[in-house]
Design a protein around this ligand. Structure first.
Ligand SMILES: Nc1ncnc2c1ncn2[C@@H]1O[C@H](COP(=O)(O)OP(=O)(O)O)[C@@H](O)[C@H]1O
Ligand SMILES: [Mg+2]
Length: 267
């Protein structure tokens, strides 16, 4: 099982789109994919036509067991997206109550790791969507993943937001005593604007060695796909946005560490 998390403490940078974009492509390639919605706003859950305000069964239930996830529970919470091999663990608005909770409480930081350990044989890829707030949900995602993707909009203000995310990441890696591989993914790139071109140049200089050498272009088809509740590769397989995510996926598969070793999680 490969576990990737998509994070950035700034909203609207393309996190959810990256999860669905890559997830849709992986499922199409025959991989069994689980997307995990760890954002209390539940954009991923809404994407697949479920209302996060009304979800009675969600990721929230996993956090109700003082860090001890019952082995049967995760599978019971999973929904299918409507597309073959593409499942998700939904979010509910109640997750917001967890967000500011201290992670030190009885193993609360490893709930997602333990959840995925229960599903180890069921999926080839797990893609986690995360909230823009540093709290127990983001910490769980960072603790459970083997590879972190950091989408950043190619504009100067968004680069500031990424700096904050990098400070969080350094802090988490220090407390977990491990180096987490991360890849900056420039998004919403518009080569006709100076702001896009200039900020991409700055990003490449700043994150040399940790940045995907290409960029996801601005493509209105992503919004159309989300309105239709379809993964972008199903909605418009020929769009340039989908081609960009396909190229990102290829890069990740050939460059990501082959961390198929099961996480050591003691309960
Ligand atoms: N490359 C892109 N080009 C144009 N619109 C995009 C692109 N990526 C995402 N969007 C749109 O921008 C909005 C925010 O994207 P989203 O993935 O929800 O960001 P986040 O999860 O970081 O808040 C959504 O309406 C989405 O459809
Ligand atoms: Mg989102």
């Amino acid at each position: 099982m490969k576990i990737w998390a998509v994070a950035n403490q700034k909203g609207g940078v393309g996190k959810t789109t990256t999860v669905v974009g890559l997830g849709g492509l992986l499922a199409q390639q025959g991989q069994r994919v689980l997307m995990v919605d760890l954002d209390p706003h539940g954009s991923l859950t809404s994407y697949f036509q479920h209302n996060p305000d009304e979800m009675e069964q969600s990721v929230y239930q996993l956090f109700q067991h003082k860090g001890d996830v019952p082995a049967h529970l995760p599978a019971q919470l999973i929904l299918n997206s409507g597309y073959e091999r593409l499942d998700f663990l939904p979010a509910s608005t109640s997750l917001a109550m967890l967000e500011r909770q201290a992670v030190s409480q009885g193993g609360a930081g490893l709930v997602v790791s333990k959840t995925l350990a229960c599903l180890w044989e069921d999926y080839d890829y797990v893609l986690m969507d995360t909230p823009p707030i540093l709290g127990v949900l983001l910490i769980n995602a960072l603790a459970a993943c083997q590879q972190l993707l950091l989408p950043v909009q190619t504009e100067f203000l968004a680069i500031k937001g990424l700096e904050r995310m990098m400070r969080t990441l350094q802090m988490v890696m220090k407390s977990q005593r491990r180096a987490l591989p991360y890849l900056v993914v420039p998004t919403m790139f518009d080569r006709r604007t100076q702001a896009s071109v200039g900020s991409l140049r700055v990003l490449r200089q700043t994150y040399d060695g940790h940045i995907w050498p290409s960029a996801i272009p601005v493509d209105t088809r992503f919004r159309d796909a989300s309105r239709a509740g379809q993964p972008p590769n199903i909605h418009d397989p020929a769009s340039r946005g989908v081609a960009a995510y396909a190229s990102l996926l290829k890069y990740l598969i050939s460059h990501a560490p082959d961390a198929t070793v099961r996480h050591q999680v003691s309960s």
